[in-house]
Ligand binder design. Structure first.
Ligand code: ADP
Ligand code: MG
Ligand code: ZN
Length: 603
């Protein structure tokens, strides 16, 4: 209620300002028009008395009545002094050159005419009609400016409501098969909303696309609109940052006003973190952001199932988002857009090489293999670069060497921006992940490996995914101990194979340490210390367990970790062949699924 009130008030105020601006503009225009007509009338009178027709001028010259003629280069208007007349007159000569010859011949004939030819002055370069219109032009410009200003809220460049319909479809989006499946639902809803509302289903309102820049979030949003054949209205959060106070909120309101008119439609908010970041202090830009964010929340809560509007938003910093955005009825669906895997990269390369002339020797498969960690935008960029390189090399078509050069160009360029895989990193990651997987394969309580990958994801260089546990109420001590072994399998493999350890295991170590500490201090699993809860105790409470209780706990945690680490090392030593084989496979194909993984253990 209060929110609506505020909306109305703001609307009224805005309407009033607009009316005033319009009124002032009209008055200015009126004054300008009156001024112009008065000026024109005066000029006309003057002209009537003081001008001489060209034919009359010639007659007067022949009759010897002209005393003086003043000309300016480039001007067809001449000033003439008629004998025995006070005022100078003006005349227009159609052709100045022949006029001058004419006058000169008259002078040679003995006619007494003073011919003055002046260089062109600045003012005379400007055609006279422009000068007479100048005041009006200035008025008009002012008028237009005023008009624009009062319409700013409506037609600012801020949200380009881009193509009303896009022609992009899912065929233009390579890879991302699972994600596309999820999005087909949204498309179906946009096409046939009744189908869902009839069932009483709560329709999706907001979908958040998470993913690194260049992974195709904007492309996907457009493709959804294209597939559903609905308008696509877009706006970018970053555009709000440099905006005047209060405008952000009003922009958001306008955006949704438009969306309501065009519904069913897609509203796309790019870089939503710029407006939707956590509401913190109450100062400056943040307050402005808050207003914008609040308006967005109001709008999203405001439209109901009768309006088929789906708000898609993109961000690469999900952790920055205000929690309020993620509540049900707002952006309650989230789709993660990953960097493409080998197959995805190949498909992206195929799509973007369609309109390019590739030579026979180009092997897109091997390019896909060489570009682990690249986004769709980077791959597209590589093909564009390759075309440029090929042109520079004067090749008929894009050859493999052109693409290789382009890859290097783009990679070197990228290395500065973010961490890219070096061969050494890749090998380390492959052994690290293979270490986790092999170790857990030989631990009876650990769940099966579902997928191993060395494609960087987020901050991690790679990952080993396990099949999820069935819901369990209790976890045994053995299970926890073995979990520690699996967690430390990555570090153990690095040590064993490369005889060096890396920072890549930091998260594993963090998790393992927490588990070990919980085992000792929370679950009473240490034989030496017994079943006592040591957690969350004040120092004086701890003292009753003895002065050195802290040291004892520390030693027990250390013991658990060391035991687990040594077990991981010996398991890997024992099954070194598997470790090597799996790491090799990862280096070649980046990903191993469950079946493939199990094949290594048959015999
Ligand atoms: P984001 O919005 O996530 O930053 P974009 O959608 O702007 O990324 O992607 C930039 C470009 O990269 C796209 O226009 C497209 O040419 C290319 N691209 C990215 N991902 C894909 C993909 N999955 N399939 C095809 N092209 C892609
Ligand atoms: Mg984008
Ligand atoms: Zn790890």
């Amino acid at each position: 209620m209060s929110k609506n009130n505020k909306n109305n008030k703001e609307n009224k105020k805005e309407k009033q300002t607009r009316l005033w601006a319009l009124l002032i503009s009209l008055i200015i225009l009126l004054v300008a028009l009156i001024g112009l007509s008065v000026y024109l009338m005066q000029n006309k009178e003057k002209e009537d008395e003081n001008t001489l027709a060209y034919t009359d001028l010639i007659k007067e010259i022949s009759a010897g009545n002209i005393e003086k003629i003043e000309m300016q280069t480039g001007s067809t208007t001449v000033k003439v002094k008629v004998r025995n007349e006070e005022e100078e007159k003006t005349a227009i000569v159609p052709n100045t050159e022949s006029f001058i010859t004419l006058v000169q011949s008259k002078v040679e004939e003995g006619n007494e005419i003073e011919l003055i030819q002046k260089p062109r002055s600045f003012i005379s370069q400007i055609p006279s009609f422009i000068i007479s219109f100048l005041p009006t032009a200035i008025m008009l410009a002012l008028f237009i400016m005023l008009f624009k200003m009062q319409g700013l809220g409506e037609k600012g460049k801020v949200y380009d409501e881009t193509e009303r319909k896009t022609k992009i479809t899912f065929d233009d989006v390579a890879g991302l098969d699972e994600e596309k499946e999820e999005m087909k639902e949204i498309v179906d809803f946009l096409k046939k909303p009744e189908k869902y509302t009839k069932m009483g289903a709560r329709v999706p309102k907001g979908v958040l696309l998470y993913g690194k820049p260049g992974t195709g979030k904007t492309l996907i949003a457009k493709a959804i609109a294209g597939e559903a054949d609905v308008p696509f209205i877009s706006m970018s959060g970053s555009e709000f940052i440099e905006m005047f106070a209060g405008l952000g909120a009003s922009r958001v309101r306008k955006l949704f006003e438009k969306a309501r008119k065009l519904a069913p439609c897609i509203v796309f908010i790019d870089e939503i973190d710029a407006i939707g970041s956590r509401r913190t202090s109450n100062s400056g830009a943040e307050t402005e952001n808050n207003q914008t964010l609040n308006q967005l929340l109001v709008e999203m809560d405001g439209f109901g199932s009768e309006e088929t509007i789906i708000v898609l938003a993109a961000t690469n910093r999900p952790e920055m988002l205000d929690k309020a955005l993620l509540r049900p009825g707002r952006f309650d669906r989230r789709i993660t857009i990953p960097t493409p895997d080998l197959k995805g990269r190949l498909e992206i390369l195929k799509i973007h090489s369609k309109d390019k002339r590739l030579a026979e020797d180009v092997n897109l498969e091997s390019i896909a293999e060489d570009t682990a960690g690249f986004t769709g935008a980077e791959l597209e960029n590589i093909l564009n670069e390759a075309a440029i390189v090929a042109t520079k090399n004067k090749h008929e078509d894009i050859e493999n060497e052109d693409i290789e050069e382009a890859v290097k160009k783009v990679t070197v360029g990228l290395e500065k921006r973010e961490r890219k895989y070096s061969e050494k990193d890749k090998r380390l990651t492959a052994y690290h992940e293979a270490g986790h997987a092999v170790v857990s394969r030989y631990l009876p309580t650990q769940t099966n490996v579902k997928e191993i990958s060395i494609i960087p994801r987020g901050v991690a260089g790679g990952y080993t995914m396990y099949k999820s546990d069935e819901d369990k109420y209790y976890i045994s001590k053995t299970e926890m101990e073995e979990k520690l072994v699996a967690l430390l399998g990555g570090r153990a493999a690095e040590k064993l194979v490369l005889n060096d350890i890396s920072t890549g295991a930091s998260n594993d170590i963090e998790v393992a340490t927490k588990i070990a500490r919980d085992m000792v201090t929370k679950y009473g699993m240490s034989d030496k210390l017994g079943p006592i809860d040591f957690q969350g105790k004040e120092p004086y409470e701890m003292q009753m367990f003895g002065e050195d209780i802290g040291d004892k706990i520390g030693l027990e945690v250390k013991e658990l970790i060391n035991t687990a680490y040594n077990r991981a090392i010996s398991l890997l030593q024992e099954h070194r062949d598997k470790l090597d084989a799996i790491a090799e496979e990862l280096l070649k194909h980046e990903k191993i699924n469950e079946e493939k993984f199990e094949e290594f253990f048959k015999e």
